[in-house]
Design a protein. Structure first.
Length: 344
């Protein structure tokens, strides 16, 4: 993480100047600059990776984690450096390693689609460099057990629809098939091209197994502003799929946001899972706290040594605990529709 920040940002003073804004004024930032995404990443990525891992562990322990045999698809909304995508990918990679030693054999599919939705043109270069750095450092067995995010897949949540994006890719594929036939001086009707595109499939799923919003709903009117888009997300889960919302716990603003989100999803087809009724202590394991505080402190001390650390900036001690956070989980409990048997 720190190496990635050092590689993409050659001016430490620029990154240091964005430490406070990326904690207290994220809604006012466009994340179009390297300094903004670098400052946000070094402060938040490891912490939120740990939070998502805690949630996955609890879901697995309660038997609610989606397990697939062919492929796992994940969408993360509005989380910047994709902490949920990295955490979910790594968690399932560990499950696959564990399953390989189980008796009888247990088949667990890796993350095949890891899509990020976020605004800000500077996120994609950061994700690309971070995933490249991970590939160089991890073992071959671990790196072959799931996809990493190398760019932001979708850049605008306004009007976003999973099924709409799926249809758009199918139409693009069908148009390419028509063009390919034309290049061979052959003919295919548009209808037949669409059928062929559907048989071949496209990368964009029509529904996801996991959808996560990680510290995305942060303004008082955010639920109301995105009620249509959130409503569409609730219809974009596979049977057994989960919608997970993560955010701050304390403060009247956040109590209002959580209340509004709960009221909105009460009208959806999803079932609320009563697994996280109270606050959750972030990174409650002492080793996790030590590791994450060490990562954050290392680069802040570098800034301090270079004389660019803002006066108001605090370097936490290695055992300084993280605050409580809130998580709510909803499940698509509808049974899978029976379709035609797949040809082997």
């Amino acid at each position: 993480m720190n190496d990635t920040v050092r590689q993409i940002e050659r001016d430490p003073s620029a990154t240091a100047s964005q430490l406070l804004p990326t904690r207290e004024a994220c809604n006012d930032l466009n994340f179009d600059s390297t300094a903004e995404v670098a400052a946000y990443t070094l402060q938040h990525l490891a912490d939120r990776y740990g939070r998502v891992t805690q949630i996955l562990e609890a879901l697995f322990a309660f038997g609610q984690l989606p397990i697939r045999q062919r492929a796992l698809t994940v969408l993360e909304v509005g989380a910047g450096p994709a902490p949920a995508l990295y955490a979910i990918r790594d968690f399932y990679a560990d499950l696959i390693s564990w399953a390989a030693t189980a008796t009888p054999d247990v088949k667990i599919a890796p993350v095949v689609v890891a899509d990020a939705l976020d605004r800000g043109k500077a996120w994609s270069p950061l994700l690309h460099r971070l995933s490249e750095n991970m590939m160089r450092r991890c073992s071959e067995a671990h790196m072959t057990s799931g996809s990493l995010p190398f760019a932001v897949k979708h850049s605008n949540f306004n009007g976003f629809s999973t099924i709409g994006e799926h249809i758009r890719e199918l139409e693009q594929r069908a148009a390419w098939i028509v063009t390919d036939y034309d290049a061979d001086d052959d003919y295919i009707s548009e209808g037949s091209a669409r059928e062929e595109a559907q048989r071949e499939g496209v990368r964009q799923p029509s529904a996801y197994n996991l959808i996560v919003t990680c510290n995305f709903l942060t303004s008082r009117d955010s639920v109301q502003a995105f009620k249509e888009e959130i409503g569409k997300l609730t219809k974009s889960l596979t049977p057994g799929g989960l919608f997970v919302a993560i955010g701050a716990f304390e403060g009247n603003k956040y109590r209002y946001i959580w209340s509004e989100l709960e009221k909105l999803l009460e009208r959806s087809c999803l079932e609320r899972l009563p697994l996280f009724d109270g606050p959750v202590r972030a990174n409650s394991d002492a080793d996790w706290v030590h590791a994450i505080r060490g990562q954050q402190g290392e680069i802040l001390r570098e800034f301090e040594a270079q004389g660019v650390l803002p006066i108001r900036e605090n370097i936490y001690g290695p055992d300084e605990p993280f605050p409580d956070f809130k998580v709510m989980v909803w499940k698509n409990s509808n049974p899978a529709r029976k379709g035609r048997k797949r040809r082997v």
